[in-house]
Ligand binder design. Sequence first.
Ligand code: COA
Length: 238
Amino acid sequence: MSEIHVVSKDNRQLYQNYFDPYFRLRYDIYVKQRKWMALDRPDGREIDQFDTDEAVYLFCIDGGRLIGGMRAVPTMMPNLMSEIFPYLNIREPIQRPDVYELSRIFVIPERRGEHAGPRIDMLLLTAIMEYGVSTGLTGFSIVLESWWLPRFERCGWKAHPLGVPQMIDGMSVLAVLVDCDEATWASLCGQVGLRKPALTWRGLAGVNRRALPDLWSPAPLTVQPARSPLHGAGDCAT
Ligand code: COA
């Protein structure tokens, strides 16, 4: 059973064993597989200047193994959009306590495209919405490749472009701001079959957050009253 854990500076010591595999996985995925060579480092770990104490990570863990992840960085701190890709945002720079920037979403290759249960990437998209709604965020800024847009559309993520896509290293890339709200979270829960909040907040009891409610479950179908014989099969509205 996959669980998604919130990991921040406040509980990082509980996840020490996961960080080295996490940065190595990022290296395998982004440098070796995706060939984002600007992220190459001689130590075989993909760590950048935004992996600071302020970053929050979602770790998807199954049977003690890290199988997926995502990073959220407060936009009050330097972030990818503000430091590396400012030209992708032709609107006001985003520097707001209620908006975090998402990056480095991944699923390990052997757990991608699963159909037997909820897909791990969908669990991560649901989990980050839960994190945002719980902690009072209203949006997520993201620098992403254009192929994410139809995926977001399909799952109900509302992404507002902040500029036009540009070709960067052979990829079509743009900046978006995604709404973070309870309705989107609830809709995602419905899609992945969750009836209640599912994030694991181990060691984070002191974090100021709102407890989200269990979700409404549909009432059993009621039997329709029998139709009057006066309105038989031959009746027609027009
Ligand atoms: N370029 C274009 N489309 C891509 C893509 C890429 N690099 N990676 C995934 N997709 C799209 C495709 O539409 C793909 O459909 P296909 O099967 O017809 O190719 C679809 O996503 C399914 O992707 P898949 O990888 O099979 O499974 P998934 O939906 O479970 O996982 C990711 C999606 C992005 C989480 C996973 O591909 C991954 O971890 N990739 C590496 C990390 C990464 O690139 N993250 C995004 C940038 S931070």
